[in-house]
Each structure stands twice: as C-alpha cells, then as structure tokens.
Design a protein around this ligand. Structure first.
Ligand SMILES: Cc1cc2nc3c(=O)[nH]c(=O)nc-3n(C[C@H](O)[C@H](O)[C@H](O)COP(=O)(O)OP(=O)(O)OC[C@H]3O[C@@H](n4cnc5c(N)ncnc54)[C@H](O)[C@@H]3O)c2cc1C
Length: 407
C-alpha cells in the first residue's frame, strides 16, 4: 500500500478509506478500472469513531464480507433493553444476531481486500479541494481523476469543496473500551434508555471481541464544553454499575464522533462526483447505524460509476442517488423521539406488548415482531431489577466465537 501522495491520473478517486470508500473502490478495481483511495490517516484502522456493530443483513447481503476472518467478530444473539428505572426486557428474533467486531482489524482487512483488487491506497494524504476539468477533476496535490467519490465521513470535505449538501443534524457519540470487565449477562447487547443521560438516543454495553465497549450517543448543544461528554459518561457508568462494574478501571481506548441523523443530504451528487456513506448522510435516523448502508451503497456506487466509465450509461450523478434510502418513517420516528421522549412513559410501558413490538421492529427489522417465535426462543419478558441479578459473566461459547449493534 502506498503511503505517498500520488499524482498520476486515474479513473476514479475515492476520498476516505472506511466502509463506504473501501467497498466502492474494491468494486471499481475488480472491474479493471484505475482507482485511488485517499485517506488522511496513516493507518485506516487508527482512531475509529464507531462501535462497529454489524447487523445480520450485512452478513447475508454483502458478499465482500464472506471471507471476513471469524476471529474479528463475535456473535451477539439478542438485546437486553433497559428502561430509565433499570427494569429490562430481553428481545430476541429467531435466527437474528448482531456481530460485534474488532473494527480496526476489519477496516485493515477491507483495505487489504482493496489492495489485492488493485486499488492504489494513499495513506496520510488529505483531500483539500478539487477543480473541475473537462473530463473530471484536478485534485490539489493528488492528480487528476475522471470521477470522484466522497466517502469521507460526516464532515465531508468533498461535499464542501463541490458545494454539495452537508450534514446539519447530528447525535454526539462517545465510547470507552475496557478489558476484563464482568457483565451480568455476557451474550446480549445491553441498551439503556434514559432521557437525562442520552436524550435522543441510548447508552449501550457491547460484549465485544476481547473487550467490553461502553458508550452512549445523545443530542448535544452545537458547541459543547470539552468536558461535557466525559461528565455524561461518568454519570452513565455510575448508573450501570450493577450491569458492568467499571469501578476504577482505566479504559483501553476512548473514542467519540458525530453521527448524522438528518437523512440524506441534498444535493448528494454533482457532475462526475457522488457522496456515499456518512458523507451522504445515509445513517438510520432511528438506530444511528450506518455501516450497513455505507457498505451496501458504496458497493452499488462502485458498479454505477464503473458502468459510466465503461461508456455503458449516463453519469450516475443524475440517476444513482434515487436508490439512496429516504428514511421517511425513520425521520418521523426521530422527530417523535426528539420531541416526546419520556422516561416515565418508558418506565411504565417497557414490558407492554406494544413497546416490545416497537423495540423489536427497530432492532430486528420486522423479524419476530408479528410471527410467534419458536418455543426455544420466545421473547422473554424479564421484569426485574437488574441490580438484583447475580453477577458473573457467561463464558464465551464456541458458537459465540463464530460470526455482528445496530443501535
Ligand atoms: C460513537 C459511534 C458509534 C457508532 N456505532 C455504530 C455501530 O455500532 N453500527 C453501525 O452500523 N454504525 C455505527 N456508527 C455509524 C458508523 O460508524 C458510520 O455510519 C460509518 O462508519 C460510516 O462509514 P463511512 O465509510 O461512510 O465513513 P467513516 O467511517 O466516517 O470514514 C470516513 C473516512 O474518511 C477519512 N477522511 C475524512 N476526511 C478526509 C479528507 N479530507 N481526506 C482524506 N480522508 C478523509 C477519515 O479519516 C475516515 O477514514 C457509529 C458512529 C459513532 C460516532
């Protein structure tokens, strides 16, 4: 993989070596096009801002991940959803699971797939601007390209440079990673609703790959004080100590980032240029999951641009964004959650059938909502004070070690 900036002209320059960019670039290179990925970090797995939970649909639908090494993921079969008063319900859907990932290694693995396909990876090089030329763009210090993909995350410089739409609405996320933590229940994704701690979203504990990830996302004022998120995390860790006793443990890693939650930006494309992934705002406004859409639409964008560069269709900038998610229902749900989230309501209704159905709908994407689950995997309603549960992590079974939060 190259680490120097490049100047030769290419068919397509992809800005950003993460889920969307690497998926798109791999497709283009496999179709025989000259592709360059420009990434500002020296190591694409460095300083990631994501929890990295992958939903089952990714495993089912994205062939690019078929050979993902199993030691990079851990299967989590269900959810434990806590009301603000710490009562909880367990939610399962037959056959459904999430994969916790060792995300830095997954990104490095995706970069290696791209390199194997023939992508030129240029690390340690930032995209700063581009000028339109007759058959594409001239990038500052990065040569010329016939097409450009902006896969450079929520604060896209490509969008800014090309005067495209930019994400305006965000949740603010923070996560600590701990080693050797004991969880009351080790094979569930623990999700915590609490309007005071995480307004607009949730807190979570993920039994990850060799680590435990504890984080939250919430609405924040536009320019929060630097320590504000740390204070919120302290409150959250104190609240959940009956589930994960962090005590004085120092986190192995701390990460934070912005999650676009306002839907797809407009315009999302310009002549010979497309935005994908977070740059395009394609993150679910309800679950805040964006990895699935980044991979899926990154791959599809690769095919669309390849068709164009091979002379088989019009510029995808004119037609491809019609395939982007509209998130109409999810944006409405976000509006409701933003304006009417009530801790009292959650406390009173968590164990009710309508609330369990709504939660299952969100987490499992309709599975297990209206179909009666098999007896072995009945949605178990367990209303109990979490703090009164006996402590002790469940050992990781061989099954758990095989293969993805959509939070
Ligand atoms: C705290 C947190 C937790 C999350 N957890 C989950 C989760 O569990 N599951 C899920 O599905 N989604 C999750 N998300 C959302 C998910 O991480 C994103 O939707 C996903 O990473 C989007 O991928 P992407 O490829 O579009 O962009 P990104 O992952 O944001 O990558 C953009 C890349 O572009 C590079 N870049 C940026 N600017 C430039 C530039 N000017 N020049 C060169 N390179 C540049 C960056 O260094 C980066 O490598 C989470 C987000 C946050 C903040």
């Amino acid at each position: 993989m190259s680490s120097s900036s490049a100047s030769a002209s290419v068919d397509c320059t992809v800005v950003g070596a993460s889920f969307a960019g690497l998926a798109c670039a791999t497709v283009l290179a496999r179709r025989g096009l000259r592709v360059r990925v420009v990434e500002r970090k020296q190591d694409p797995g460095d300083k990631l801002h994501t929890t990295g939970i992958i939903v089952k649909e990714v495993v089912d639908q994205i062939a690019l991940l078929d050979r993902l090494p199993t030691d990079l993921v851990r299967q989590i079969p269900g959810i434990r959803l806590y009301a603000p008063n710490m009562r909880y319900v367990d939610l399962d859907a037959p056959g459904y699971y999430f994969l916790a990932t060792d995300t830095p290694r997954v990104i490095r693995w995706l970069a290696a797939q791209a390199a194997d396909a023939g992508v030129e990876l240029v690390f340690g090089a930032s995209f700063t601007g581009a000028a339109r030329i007759r058959h594409g763009y001239r990038l500052e210090g990065l040569g010329e390209t016939r097409y450009m993909i902006g896969a450079d995350g929520p604060n896209s410089q490509v969008a800014k440079s090309l005067a495209l739409g930019r994400n305006q609405k965000f949740l603010c996320g923070a996560e600590y990673e701990f080693a050797g933590l004991e969880l009351t229940v080790g094979d569930r994704l623990h999700c915590f609703v609490d309007r005071k701690i995480a307004p607009g979203y949730i807190g979570w504990i993920v039994p990850g790959v060799g680590v435990t990830q504890i984080g939250l996302a919430r609405r924040m004022p536009p320019e929060p004080e630097p320590e504000a998120m740390k204070r919120v995390m302290d409150k959250f860790l104190a609240k959940i100590r009956g589930v994960a006793a962090v005590c004085d443990c120092e986190p192995l890693a701390v990460r934070a980032g912005m999650i676009p939650c306002g839907g797809v930006v407009r315009p999302v494309a310009a002549e010979r240029a497309l935005l994908v992934g977070d740059a395009a705002g394609m993150v679910s406004p309800v679950t805040a999951g964006g990895i699935h859409t980044a991979l899926k639409h990154g791959l599809a964008a690769g095919h669309a641009v390849a068709e164009f560069l091979e002379g088989k269709c019009e510029d995808p900038a004119g037609w491809f964004p019609a395939s982007y998610p509209k998130f109409r229902v999810k944006r409405f749900l976000r509006f409701l959650f933003d304006h009417f989230q009530s801790d009292l309501l959650f406390n009173l209704t968590l164990s009710s059938r309508p609330m369990r159905m709504a939660a299952s709908q969100i987490y499992f994407h309709r599975r297990g909502v209206l179909n009666p689950p098999p007896a072995s995997r009945v949605i178990r309603q367990q209303v109990a004070e979490s703090a009164s549960e006996p402590r002790g992590s469940s050992p990781r079974s061989a099954e758990e070690e095989s293969p993805p939060l959509q939070k």
